[in-house]
Design a protein around this ligand. Structure first.
Ligand code: NAD
Length: 283
């Protein structure tokens, strides 16, 4: 049986994942603000460092997997813009970077990151916000949304999930990750009934948007079913899954991006495609 680190283990989908892993006989090291093995605040650098260190200590330097479910939604006051950058992006990247050697020691470890279908359904997310996050400059990312007023939370939420999905894809295929036998992937849920979604539904403006949002299959997703997807992505069935962003969202992504993905490699990408093709050496 394996040892798994699960952030956001006290609520919603992270909690469902932790419960299901324990039910399968695995050991879970939960990380959260409360009710967890490691109590840590991932919105500050010291909290992230401490969480990373304590998990490594409890796991004895070896992990079979990690599930990064700690995260915030867009509902909240002005301070939420910074929290979203800190928790949703840095709270994933800094912990996974610290845990990489322990995951490599696991042999064929798997890491699953919670993205969102907001990545492809939120219009007008500034590229400079995503760039600043990728550069780990949360202050610059926050500044880039200064003029957006009340819309800044939704834009930072989407930017944090776009940036983390891009990080997953870039990192997953690298020598240090794929080459070390670690499978790193992301799950992009639509609206799933959890305390996070409830907070959005309780907000008059956001609630209206969420209820009107196009979901071809209808309704909201179930947290337990999303946890089943995570368990599948941690299982041997996912040995060939690497750098994927899996949308489980009732069809919203397909509805909005119908003909945009998959897309043929165009003239603009040809040079970088050829360079990567020729430059690849098996890890
Ligand atoms: P949730 O609110 O039920 O659980 C999130 C957990 O993260 C909570 O236990 C919370 O305490 C923890 N957390 C938040 N800030 C933290 C901090 N500073 N330090 C440590 N822990 C912190 O949310 P959920 O709906 O289960 O969301 C799980 C993940 O899925 C999040 O990353 C979220 O963005 C993403 N997501 C959710 C939905 C949805 O509709 N519920 C949709 C797409 C993506």
């Amino acid at each position: 049986m394996g040892v798994y680190a699960v952030t956001g283990s006290a609520s919603g989908m992270g909690r469902e994942v932790a419960d299901k892993l324990v039910a399968q006989g695995h050991r879970v090291i939960g990380v959260d603000l409360r009710e967890a093995d490691v109590i840590a605040d991932l919105s500050i650098a010291a909290g992230r460092r401490e969480a990373a260190r304590k998990v490594l200590q409890l796991a004895d330097g070896r992990l079979d997997g990690a599930v990064m479910a700690a995260g915030l939604g867009p509902a909240g006051g002005k301070e939420r813009v910074n929290l979203l950058a800190q928790v949703n992006y840095l709270g994933v990247v800094e912990l996974l970077e610290a845990w990489r050697p322990a995951l490599a020691a696991g042999g064929s470890a798997k890491a699953v990151v919670f993205s969102s279908n907001s990545t492809t359904s939120t219009p007008m997310v500034p590229r400079r916000t995503i760039r600043a996050l990728r550069a780990k400059d949360a202050g610059k990312a926050v500044k880039s949304l200064k003029l957006f007023g009340r819309g800044a939370n939704a834009l930072m939420y989407a930017a944090s999930k776009i940036a983390i999905s891009q990080w997953v894809r870039a990192t997953a295929v690298s020598r240090d990750w794929a080459g070390a036998g670690i499978r790193l992937n992301a799950l992009a849920p639509g609206a799933i009934m959890t305390p996070l979604l409830q907070q959005q539904l309780d907000n008059p403006n956001e609630g209206k948007m969420v209820r009107r949002f196009p979901v071809p299959i209808g309704g909201f997703g179930d947290a337990g079913q999303l946890a089943d997807w995570v368990l599948f992505m941690l299982s041997d069935a996912a040995n060939f899954l690497c750098g994927s962003v899996i949308f489980v969202d009732g069809g919203s992504d397909a509805y909005f991006r119908t003909d945009e993905w998959p897309r043929a490699v165009g003239a603009r990408q040809l040079w970088s495609y050829q360079k990567k093709f020729r430059g690849f050496r098996p890890y």
